[in-house]
Design a protein around this ligand. Structure first.
Ligand code: FUB
Length: 340
């Protein structure tokens, strides 16, 4: 802990070589990197992992993060700048613990940081914080976003300017407690042969701080058009949604959690339905990875994390980047980490 606090205290810059399987920023532990190009610069919005001394359990209580740092670089392969603390849990009136994977979006010169945290009742909610600078500091709204819940917010801006908020994660992310539409303290998992719990989506209002419509399920089907089942845990949704558009198709990617894959599905609308297509990445060192996909200077990249720096401690992770290839038929080449 002492080391983490000391390293987190100051903004810092790391220079390469880190491209391809090297941690981007060795000085602090970071995970769940959401990448965006804002004003020609590449910004990363990761979780900031710490060792808070909380014992590990299946709910992820040891992921006890308390702030966010924004990282940036002028190009992939260039020096990575850590801009220091962009949002601290102490300044978020409703949030009590566990600041998990964030994302960010821009509209009209304002930058919006979306983040999950547990409230005073230990229920994961999703908040928003605003800044005129993509690196922050961000000021949080006093209440979480009405109608949004669980974890792992991801915002997709479509070509027409519409913004969609995706969210959800099962197990420690509590999505199974919202099956009725309202929070129930008891876990309600589907039977193995029943449709899996699906990620959620709602369009955002132009103010980027409220949902513009009721939340809907993002349906992920198999090739025969049947929803993936809960028992199909090498393909079904667990957490970590990301949406990007390529050649007119919408790509929904996510983590399968307990089976440790990053996978993807494609569709013709940001709402889906999506059809499962395959794996993006085989398992990494650590429990899972969580990613984003971004185009920079005409090339596509996967940002992700593993636990290389901590030698496998699942709650002390480091972000990485590697090229991502869309094949001419629209499929994505599976990335095998640590390939010799
Ligand atoms: O970083 C905490 C949680 O771990 C994230 O919210 C999940 O996606 C997983 O990466």
């Amino acid at each position: 802990l002492a080391l983490g606090v000391a390293l987190a205290a100051a903004a810092q810059t790391s220079s390469g070589p880190w491209f391809l399987d090297q941690p981007l920023l060795p000085g602090i532990y970071t995970a769940d990197p959401s990448a965006h190009v804002f004003g020609g610069r590449l910004y990363l919005y990761p979780s900031h992992d710490i060792d808070a001394g909380v014992p590990a359990d299946d709910l992820g209580s040891h992921f006890a993060m308390r702030d966010y740092h924004v990282l940036s670089m002028d190009r992939i392969g260039g020096a990575v700048k850590d801009h220091g603390v962009a949002l601290d849990i102490a300044s978020v009136p409703w949030a009590k613990r566990q600041m998990w994977a964030p994302d960010a979006a821009e509209r009209g010169g304002q930058y919006y940081l979306y983040f999950p945290a547990k409230d005073a009742r230990d229920v994961f909610r999703i908040g928003v914080a605003v800044s005129s600078n993509p690196a922050g500091p961000f000021k949080a709204d006093p209440e979480p976003i009405d109608g949004a819940f669980s974890i792992d917010p991801a915002v997709f801006r479509d070509a027409d300017g519409a913004a969609y908020l995706y969210f959800g994660g099962i197990w420690g992310g509590q999505l199974q407690r919202w099956a009725s539409g309202a929070y129930q303290a008891k876990d309600a998992y589907p039977a193995p042969g029943a449709p899996a719990l699906m990620p959620k989506v709602a369009r955002l209002r132009d103010d980027m701080r409220h949902l513009a419509e009721p939340v809907r399920d993002v349906i992920i089907n198999d090739a025969e058009g049947r929803p993936l089942t809960y028992g199909d845990n090498t393909r079904r949704f667990f957490e970590a949604t990301w949406v990007h558009r390529y050649n007119g198709k919408y790509y929904l990617s996510y983590s399968t959690g307990d089976t440790h894959f990053l996978v993807y599905a494609t569709g013709d609308s940001p709402y889906g339905p999506f059809t499962y297509r395959g794996r993006i990445m085989e398992p990494v060192l650590g429990w899972t990875t969580h990613h984003s996909i971004v185009e920079s200077e005409g090339k596509w990249y996967l940002f992700y994390h593993d636990a290389q720096l901590s030698k496998g401690q699942t709650h002390l992770r480091n972000v990485k980047v590697t090229p991502l290839v869309h094949r001419p038929d629209g499929t994505i080449e599976t990335i095998v980490p640590y390939r010799a």
